[in-house]
Write a protein that binds this ligand. Sequence first.
Ligand code: SF4
Ligand code: FES
Length: 255
Amino acid sequence: MGEQKTVTFIITRQDNPQSEPYEETFKVPYRPNMNVISALMEIRRNPVNAKGEKTTPVVWEMNCLEEVCGACSMVINGKPRQSCSALVDKLEQPIRLAPMSTFPVVRDLQVDRSRMFDSLKKVKAWIPIDGTYDLGEGPRMPEKKRQWAYELSKCMTCGVCLEACPNVNSHSNFIGPAPLSQVRLFNAHPTGAMNRDERLEAIMGDGGLANCGNSQNCVQACPKGIPLTTSIAALNRETTFHMFRSFFGSDHEVD
Ligand code: SF4
Ligand code: FES
């Protein structure tokens, strides 16, 4: 009987948020059409490294398994992406897995994405409601606007665009592309527009729009094809108009 084909994984591991990272190699039995998560599940089922030593199961996060929740994001062969949609057959081997470096490591490949969720709170990335009773249909959006707003609504807060952005790091408090794009989305909504000025002011200060260095890495990295740089350019215009409005008084609409 021939030897079973295996796939080699070199995984950057870290036992806790304070400890030093280290690499551990695993050889996982090959199955056709396997993705990175199915290989991680195999390691969890049988946590033995390539030297044949018993080790601890590798920790990672996942949920939807269909590139919708963003939880399984990690750096695969140097590229931040979702491990559920990363097919082993399409990856160069050995396959290197590492946690995203923009976020603090919780353990192994699991990171704490609070930075991004806190930024969404800062910019009020939601539509406020004043009750749960049925208010009937809301105001309609023009079709053209609805189409681009729908594209922005596909954001799954995976954090890949923050990982790709050179200006999002531990030395900066830049909120990054995804929360900025959400400002454009919620300001475009007829009800969300009621909080437009608060959102714009939140991104005009420290850590906001001015911290974008226009590297354009984000738009190339986003797995959902969200036009992040278009959103940032639109917000630059919106904040300029907002400055004029504040200067000349609210009765003088510029846009
Ligand atoms: S904008 Fe794209 S890359 Fe950034 S968090 Fe949203 S889905 Fe992920
Ligand atoms: S598990 Fe949800 S995006 Fe991969």
